[in-house]
Design a protein around this ligand. Sequence first.
Ligand SMILES: C[S@@+](CC[C@H](N)C(=O)[O-])C[C@H]1O[C@@H](n2cnc3c(N)ncnc32)[C@H](O)[C@@H]1O
Length: 345
Amino acid sequence: MTKLFFLLSGEHPTLPSSELKSILEAEGYKHRVLQELTQVLRLEADVKSVKSVMFRSAMTRVCAAELFNCDAKIAEILERMRSISLEGIIERGESFVVRTKRIRGNASHLARGELERKLGELILNKGRGTRVNLKNPQKTFFGILTDNRLIFGLKIGKVSPKPFVERRPRKRPFFHPSAMPAKLARCMVNLAQPKTGQLLMDPFCGTASMLVEAGLIGCRVVGFDVKRRMVEGSLQNLLCYGVKPEGMAVADARHFPAIRADCIVTDPPYGRSATTLGWSTQQIMKDFLSTVEDRLPRGRKMCIASPKSIRVGKIGKESGFKHVESHLVHVHRSLTREIAVFERT
Ligand SMILES: C[S@@+](CC[C@H](N)C(=O)[O-])C[C@H]1O[C@@H](n2cnc3c(N)ncnc32)[C@H](O)[C@@H]1O
């Protein structure tokens, strides 16, 4: 087990760390959370787990191996830096850079440029023949100033948000205003904890946002929608991103084909841009949740997005599921989404 820390996206207070922990669970990496700070998660896990996080995560930004963490006080920081050995961290003669990030104006008494320079000098003084290369370093030391602490270590990898922006709903061949942003769709897929190769089902698939994101991390996917136009559109989108579904069909999710999947990730209609065929969202959710239970093996997960007002957690519990967690996502003045995770008991 290695001490690791992750810089998380600041777009939501709880989703990024839940997503990251779900990825470790899904991939079978034992881990121990050490501390949750603003936009930082510190934990102990196999360093190999970082590769899975970088491949799957939508809301992690940087992954690093921790060298030290201390109060954001210059004397203490420099003392900790002086006392660490760089054996096995940076090879003799390698080039490096020190970068820092300040979260929400934290520790404003420390100037980042000066802090990076002082830490860099101490690394140079360790006499390993290392040199600074600001543009193309072999190693990057990375520090985060958050909650009056400095978390400092060696960067292992980063997750670029760019591919998610490139897959935004308007960029896909088939667009519908009810489509889920790619980043949130990927996060929901991860919260349902599918392993690579497992079957993920979306019974209200719309434009296939969830299915595309699941397919891109190596899941098999199956989708339904009550509207033929949406199923055809989903197929166009899946084709565009090279995801071959196991099956797609026009079906009513309240009585859909008897297919068992390893997890379900879905976004039933809210009665705004997506049709409810005259039923209330609450009724659709009740009908759907009462039929879906035996489609999941025990212990497997389901992640559902719905308007906060319908209280999906309560409906899920009444239908026999364990309500694992919920996250509220503000969309606009009249819509807050609840992202709820359930487990089949
Ligand atoms: C909110 S949209 C899903 C959006 C989707 N997550 C996406 O990103 O494109 C809900 C979808 O459910 C479909 N729908 C409505 N009632 C349904 C039902 N009873 N069974 C299956 N699909 C239904 C609608 O046609 C719509 O495409």
